[in-house]
Design a protein. Structure first.
Length: 285
């Protein structure tokens, strides 16, 4: 069941004088080039090839005032350059703050989710793009570009900014509980070291999946133990491979089937085994 809560945000705006920062901040003249940040004498900024420099970059300080560890996605709109920059995920422990500098930005947006990915903070900010796989991401796109292949979502908050701004933002209160209902099916793998036999079973809960896998493995009187299991909080995949005799290799990953398979293959190689793939599956299969 999705539980909806009111969100609250506290924004405080300060403007520093010209001596607020000792850093040169800029933006590349070409959208596909890396952004420019220098800890140097301001007079040298104009001599850096391919960069356009601001007087001082705006700074937005995000503070996590919830009781959970958060992952943050951010968006910088640079209207004068027809550019949007999007980055994530930045992790913030409960009570922790992080400063984001926004050179030449006209607005800054952010989106927050719990580190486990089950609780989200949505809002009425501008649409922004993020990588829903949970991987670290960073990209620049034109104002007219779509989110593909990323996912579009409404930002928790969009804040107009200008040079020299220092803006404090607190992320507070409970978010929206988007725990999956029946989407992810817990699975567990149990195996018998002596023979290499194994069983994979599902369950309504992780504990039920573990119990089912153990009972199935022990049905022939073998001494079995749990190897791995996939929970129900986010998509995860497992792979199991067989080598010579009773050699088995298994692995799991949040990064998809290929990642789980590659990890198991690496284990085989490190142990001098040439393994064959028995199966690769995920908890949304």
């Amino acid at each position: 069941m999705k539980l909806l809560f009111n969100l609250s945000v506290v924004v405080t705006l300060f403007t520093f004088g010209n001596s607020a920062f000792a850093k040169c901040d800029g933006i590349p003249l070409k959208p596909d080039e890396r952004e420019c940040f220098l800890q140097t004498d301001r007079k040298s900024c104009e001599y850096v090839q391919g960069c356009s420099w601001t007087s001082e970059a705006a700074t937005i300080q995000l503070c996590n005032r919830t009781s959970q560890k958060l992952s943050i996605g951010v968006k910088f709109v640079r209207t004068a350059y027809n550019i949007i920059g999007e980055e994530g995920w930045y992790n913030l422990e409960s009570g922790q703050c992080n400063n984001f500098e926004a050179p030449n930005a006209t607005s800054f947006s952010y989106f927050a989710k719990s580190f486990t990915g089950r609780i989200y903070w949505f809002g009425n900010g501008e649409p922004m793009c993020y990588d829903e796989s949970g991987k670290r991401y960073s990209r620049t796109r034109a104002l007219s570009d779509s989110c593909n292949p990323f996912t579009e979502i409404r930002a928790y908050q969009t804040i107009p900014v200008k040079e020299d701004d220092f803006i404090k933002v607190k992320i507070e209160g409970p978010g929206q509980d988007l725990s999956p209902v029946g989407k992810f099916k817990p699975k567990a793998l149990a195996w018998a070291p002596a023979s290499g036999n194994y069983s994979v079973r599902k369950g309504a809960t992780v504990e039920e999946a573990k119990t089912n896998a153990l009972h199935a493995c022990q049905s022939d009187g073998e001494a079995c133990e749990l190897a791995i299991w996939l929970g129900d909080d986010r998509t995860a995949c497992m792979a199991i491979l067989s080598g010579a005799g009773n050699f088995r290799a298994w692995s799991w990953s949040y990064e998809g089937k290929e990642a789980a398979l590659n990890q198991a293959m690496d284990y085989c190689r490190k142990n001098g085994q040439t393994c064959s793939v028995d199966f690769v599956l995920c908890n949304d299969d």
